[in-house]
Design a protein around this ligand. Structure first.
Ligand SMILES: C[S@@+](CC[C@H](N)C(=O)[O-])C[C@H]1O[C@@H](n2cnc3c(N)ncnc32)[C@H](O)[C@@H]1O
Length: 260
């Protein structure tokens, strides 16, 4: 049974990887399928231009104007975690599922040259795109690492703030994601994640649909269950900071702290 679950989880990841590899490849041609252009009513985004979409999920167009088009074009988030994370100069920030790098770049600007922003993504094509974007912006304080957010390629207690934007729902084992986040955070560190959650459970046929997984729907958990998983990893003061869109499937921003 456990073996079957592991296999199913790996199948989900392979499918998600394929999907986001295609998004990365197509981004330079200004197209791409992601959490943001599924026609499913459950999606966090509707059909709209990337700029409109970015504004709608909380980005400031001015802060985006300094980033490469391909960083904005690959953006597939459902919030703006760096806006709410209260980032300070000198902090080390880790972005779980960094995609084309949009939030890593915004975080890097906020923490300045004495700080650092690290992005982790399991899709090689996204890492390649993010590194190309980093070269274009010329930031020295960013780094992208290929890896799984369920098994972070990051040392224990080396990070001040973890951000993530519409990614944890895509991970089959969310308990591992939160326990890994806890491991790499310094005591007193915090997480600020935007994600898709639900009010209640989803039907079995949706949960088993790979397209719905890749579109950030099938893997979304009930908001209370999601918060419980954050608490179970050891985090304190877990709270919802903001919610977007109504209905049973929506995006929300969560904050939590690792005790000192
Ligand atoms: C919806 S996109 C969001 C990207 C980025 N956070 C943003 O806001 O544009 C999801 C990203 O998460 C990555 N991803 C999904 N599951 C992952 C996992 N288990 N480990 C690492 N990266 C993952 C995908 O490769 C993809 O780049």
């Amino acid at each position: 049974m456990v073996g079957r679950m592991v296999k199913e989880n790996e199948d989900i990841k392979e499918y998600v990887k394929e999907r986001y590899s295609a998004v990365a490849k197509r981004t330079e041609a200004a197209s791409g399928a992601s959490c943001c252009d599924t026609s499913a009513s459950a999606s966090c985004c509707g059909p709209t231009s990337k700029a409109e979409y970015a504004q709608r999920i909380g980005y400031d167009l001015r802060e985006l104007s300094e980033l490469p088009d391909t960083a904005i074009g690959a953006s597939a988030g459902c919030g703006n975690p760096t806006a709410l994370a209260g980032l300070k100069e000198g902090e080390v920030v880790l972005d779980l599922g960094s995609g084309g790098g949009i939030d890593v770049f915004l975080a890097a600007k906020k923490v300045g040259p004495t700080g650092k922003a690290i992005g982790v993504d399991m899709t090689q094509e996204m890492i390649d795109l993010a590194m190309k974007n980093a070269e274009e912006v010329g930031f020295q304080n960013v780094e992208f690492r290929k890896g799984d957010i369920e098994d972070l390629p990051v040392e224990d207690e080396t990070v001040d703030v973890i951000i993530s934007n519409c990614v944890i729902n895509l991970a089959p084992d969310k308990d591992r994601v939160f326990s890994e986040a806890y491991r790499v955070l310094r005591p007193g560190g915090r997480i600020m994640v935007s994600d898709i959650v639900t009010d209640g459970g989803l039907p079995e046929e949706v949960r088993n649909n790979p397209d719905a997984w890749a579109a950030c729907v099938a893997g979304a958990l009930d908001e209370k269950v999601y918060m419980e998983k954050i608490r179970n990893a050891g985090f304190k003061d877990v709270r919802v900071i903001a919610k977007r869109s109504g209905g049973r499937i929506y995006s929300a921003e969560f904050e939590a702290h690792k005790p000192k």
